[in-house]
Design a protein around this ligand. Sequence first.
Ligand code: HSE
Length: 302
Amino acid sequence: MIKVKVPATTANMGPGFDSIGMALTMYNIVYAEKIEKGLEIIIQDGNPHIPTDENNLIYKTICYFYDNIGKPVPGIRLIQQDAIPHTRGLGSSAACIVAGLHIANAMSQSFFSKEELVQMAAQIEGHPDNTTPALLGGMTIGAMNESDMKYVKVRVPDTLHFAVMIPDFTLSTELARNALPKEVSLQDAVFNASRAALLAASMMNGDMDNLEIATQDRLHQPYRSKLIPNMDKILDKAKEYGAKGTFLSGAGPTLLAVIKNVVDFRREMVAYLDTLDQKWQVQMLQADNEGAKVWINEELRY
Ligand code: HSE
C-alpha cells in the first residue's frame, strides 16, 4: 500500500503571480494499491464533485506518468481523504498532480528523484507556484524557461501564522485568469517586480515588517476582486485587526492574512465575516516546510 500526504498551497502571495507559492498545514491524503484490473476510486470525505472514473485528476496524472515511461497502467485502487477544498485557490489540483506523480513513481518503481518530479509537475501545471511548494514545502520562487524551471526554496519561520478565510462559493481558475488584462503598464510591472523581489528577500532575511508592502499586487488582484464579493473590505479589515500582510490565495476566492495575534484576530475576523451575505470560515494555519510525504507499506520513504 502506498500512502501520500500532500499540503495545500497558496500561490502568488500577492505580487509573485505564477511564480511564488507556499505550502500550508492543511493536507490531502491518498492511499493507492495495485488491483487485478480496472480502476476503483473511493472518496472518503463524500465530496460528490470528485470524479471516480478516468477523469479523476490523480488517476489522469498516473496515466500521464506511465505513458511517459512507456509502461501500461496497472489496475489501481485509490482512496482519497481530501481536506483541501476544491476551486478555492488552495492548490487542490496541484495536490492531485503531486499525489499522482508520487503514486506512479512508487508503483512503477521508477525511482525518479524529487527534483525530477518538481520539474514534471511544473510542466503539467504550466506554472510552478502550487506544485513546487506542494512537493518541497516552504515558500518557493520559481521561473519557467524553455527547458526547465529554476527555483529557490525558502524555509518559512514557525513564528508566522496565516489566517485563511475560505468562502462557501467557488471561483474557477479559468474564469479568474480570463479576467486578467493581456497587457499591463510599465508602472504596474515595476510595482509588482519590486514587491515580488522584496517579498522573497524579506522572507529569506526574516524582515517581516516589510510584508505589508511586499504582499501588494497590481497584476491580478484588482481584476479578480470584482469576482469576489467583499474581497477588498475583508482585506482592509484584516489590516485593521493587525495583519502584517494580506493577499488573495492563488486565483481565489480564498483570502490570506499574515498575523501575529492568532486569538484576537480570529475572534474579530469571525465576528466581521458573520455580518456578510456570504458564509466564510476562518482557519489558522502555518507554513509546512516539509512538502509531500510518501509511505510504502507504512515506511516513510521521502
Ligand atoms: N498563479 C495562478 C493564478 C494560480 O493566479 O492564476 C492558480 O493556478
